[in-house]
Ligand binder design. Sequence first.
Ligand code: FMN
Length: 168
Amino acid sequence: MKHLLIVFHSQSGNTARMAQAALEGADEERDTVETRLVRAGDAGLDDLLWADAVLFGTPENFGFMSGMLKDFFDRTYYAARGRIRKLPYAVLVSAGNDGTGAVRQIERIARGYPLHKVAEPVIATSGVTEEMRSADPEGSRTAITEAQLAHARELGQTLAAGLACGIF
Ligand SMILES: Cc1cc2nc3c(=O)[nH]c(=O)nc-3n(C[C@H](O)[C@H](O)[C@H](O)COP(=O)(O)O)c2cc1C
């Protein structure tokens, strides 16, 4: 069996739904690929050592990845050095109106980790801008769409299929 790790953080549930969709997509390859879905705060070195590929999921917060996913990188960076081979990875981002800042940071960290990108990121935006959010902090949070979830599902399946076929 090959192992796919999905590490994600989610505050209001959007990234969690994307990560769950990715898990469902990866499950298409369940005969050859086992997938582990773990919240970033609960994930650690053992998960990385177990993994043959990793899918990172995060909301974009203030133009960054979430603090919890950054914390996962911070906690595992030195511990993983020399102990993991260059793992294939991809990224899921849920954002109000952008998402590129989170992707850029993960890609930068990945270069030194070492991780190597095997698929383009899936960024799901809700169209909620910071101005809208400050005017109405509790409201106007558009739910993630079925089409966006389908992209997340596809990304999970792509990673699992790549592992199953030995492409990565
Ligand atoms: C503190 C905070 C900061 C945010 N900053 C950004 C941002 O910089 N860019 C953006 O596009 N969306 C931003 N958003 C919107 C979230 O990325 C968006 O609501 C996302 O869907 C949340 O994902 P989650 O439900 O998985 O927590 C921010 C939200 C919060 C709560």
